[in-house]
Design a protein around this ligand. Sequence first.
Ligand SMILES: [Zn+2]
Length: 98
Amino acid sequence: MARRSIDIAFTKAKVAVFIDGCFWHGCPEHGTQPRANADWWAVKLRRNMVRDAETDDLLSLASWRVLRFWEHEDTQSVADRICSVVQAPVNPDTARKA
Ligand SMILES: [Zn+2]
């Protein structure tokens, strides 16, 4: 399996945060398709996005909450959203084991 890394992991709260690069992850606002070697890039970038979805699924199955942000998003609002999720009450079963 290709290497998958979580950008920020809150292990106790089981919250995984990813900051996705606009180019590499196909941002709807800034994602571009290079003209040189267009076919190769199309496959490569699509594969990244499929892998992102798979990663989300795997984490969800392991009861993690997944947060994804684009690299172009405002840092403060990203931080606020992460805090609100990490500090949100988790379901009682998870909380007891934590
Ligand atoms: Zn972007």
